[in-house]
Design a protein around this ligand. Sequence first.
Ligand code: DX5
Ligand code: ZN
Length: 214
Amino acid sequence: MKLKIAPSILSSDFLHLEKEIRAVEQAGADMLHLDIMDGHFVPNLTFGPGIVKKVRSITHLPIDAHLMITNPADFIDKFIDAGVNYLSFHIETDTNYVSLFRKIRKLGVKAGIAINPETSIDALPGVIDEIDYVLIMSVHPGFGGQAFIEESVKKIIETKVIIGSRQIEIEIDGGINYQTAKLVKEASVNILVAGNFIFKSDDYAKTIAGLRNV
Ligand code: DX5
Ligand code: ZN
């Protein structure tokens, strides 16, 4: 599987969101990572389906929505209607995972499970045949610009073993820079999310190419 680079717009300049999205698209991004936070599952708030729909209207890039919300079941339809292509919610939520994954996939969207740094992957084998990707959090969810948690590399390797020969992608999210990108690439990650490292850089194209080629 080809490595995909997914800039997280959480670190972009919200006042110039359209310009920022067009800039990363032009700079070679493979998809856009959108962090949806509810101020309850995580101690921060971002945006909802209305903004996602507007983002959809200005880009051809696949939209990867990462739901950090307590009640994903209440919002799945709204985000799919807004035009997302990848949709993940957290394994730490009290949710009927399987029925949600089935619903997401039935609507033609890739379904993912997101896992916090302190959560084990013991529940993964039970849902592995229902999903298209696993999102491994390499920082505590809620904020951009945090340091990469090194144990995440071990988690990627263990996840890879559970996936076996299935066509399931592994996405890593949090604290990605050239050094940490190298570590996770060696552990055979498929999707690299990067917020601060791309949006706080002077040259998005150079940074995206650099991440791809570490
Ligand atoms: C954190 C979010 C991440 C965040 C990554 O809760 O899920 O997607 O934007 O930002 P960086 O790359 O700056 O750690
Ligand atoms: Zn995220």
